[in-house]
Design a protein around this ligand. Sequence first.
Ligand SMILES: C[S@@+](CC[C@H](N)C(=O)[O-])C[C@H]1O[C@@H](n2cnc3c(N)ncnc32)[C@H](O)[C@@H]1O
Ligand code: SF4
Length: 451
Amino acid sequence: MVTRTQLSRLGLFDAKVPRYTSYPTSPHFKNDVKPGDFSDWIEAIPENSDISLYLHVPFCRRLCWFCACRTQGTASGEPVGAYVETLKDELTLLKRHLPRGVRLSRLHWGGGTPTLLSAAQMRDLAAAVREAADFADNYEFSVEIDPNEIDAARLDALFDSGMNRASIGVQDFDPDIQKTIGREQSFETTKRAVDMIRERGIQSLNADILYGLPNQTRSKIVDSVQKLLSLSPDRVALYGYAHVPWMAKRQQMIPSDALPRPDERLELFETARKLFVWDSYDEIGIDHFATKSDGLSVAARSGTLRRNFQGYTDDTSEVLVGLGASSISKFPQGYAQNAPATSAYTKAIRAHGFSTVRGHSFSKQDNLRARMIEMLMCDFRVDTAALVRDFDTTRAEVTSILKAANAELENLLVVDDTGLFVPREARPLTRIIARSFDAYELSSAGHSSAI
Ligand SMILES: C[S@@+](CC[C@H](N)C(=O)[O-])C[C@H]1O[C@@H](n2cnc3c(N)ncnc32)[C@H](O)[C@@H]1O
Ligand code: SF4
């Protein structure tokens, strides 16, 4: 039995740890990865293979105070129109370097608010994507939809362009919490968006909600989760609110003294988690829930769940190409990130080059440790035989890393010949365990609370 005192002693309530959507994490990227590396890595993609493509739209009509995403406010449509043109130019560049027959198994538009685009811009951008690379059979095309920033014409444009998965931002339904976090969105607005999505036969709906918000109490999160369950999402991401006002300046609008304490955050998470489980959702990794028939649940059951910059995925592509300002791409050779500032990104693309400014080339050790962390975050276990089979390592090397991690965790974990296993009651510590596999010196700046 793991006690609160033990969780606290192991750092759960005060450690700042990465969310490990990549390894190494992006603060460790260096500026030695250049546009030439990015184009070389694209050209090395095997012909006729499937890849994932991410397009970033860094604009929002309103800027929610709680939001830590890379985005900027815009009142007029002008910068958005110019940005879409730049994205299309980047897609043309991509096409020039893509080997023959490469198709898209996944396409994701994220932001910011991609639904800020007009219906015509959406159709235009989707056509430019298809011009660069066509969809694979069984492709998935998902879009982040702000329920406040969508209407029938834009949904039709997305649906006609092939969107078959939608992701909506909910955060919390409580009006007082919404006021405090600077994001007002009535239940009716969210329901209207969900109904419009369902009416078009879009098969899969994801919703993001947050725990750890200011003034959030147990009864408020129960109410929010129940409202969300009434909309029957196929997937839910239950993220811990990351309060990082030194990085996301707009969070300074949020009073720190209204934030729940770390032990209360754990309770809020557990309360919400139990409601999803009682409603027959499967738990996916550390913070997702999915219906039994959803692709994430199927992948979790079959041991093929993966983790990338967009969180949990059943996508098995080796390559994720990220286009747009600040986007990160992943190749078997390493990570490459585009210029974060829209102006610098635009300037590079207009000069007919890619805008890569930083990244990381993988060493053999990186590949091993990245996979260990991914196994842990997806399956709560590390499989020694699979690592020895797939990487340049030995059983002895893996076992010694696992034993060292267990010693740091006061031997709360199970380490044996098969590998490492995290018992249920130690699962809140998963990101702290992952950190013990992280060979890079970690500074806590920019990371969020461990719970
Ligand atoms: C980039 S936003 C896009 C969603 C879309 N613009 C909307 O507002 O509906 C994706 C998600 O990131 C999550 N997010 C943003 N800021 C966060 C923070 N400070 N802590 C935790 N999650 C956050 C929210 O759950 C949000 O729905
Ligand atoms: S939550 Fe969505 S709409 Fe709000 S600022 Fe972030 S990206 Fe923009």
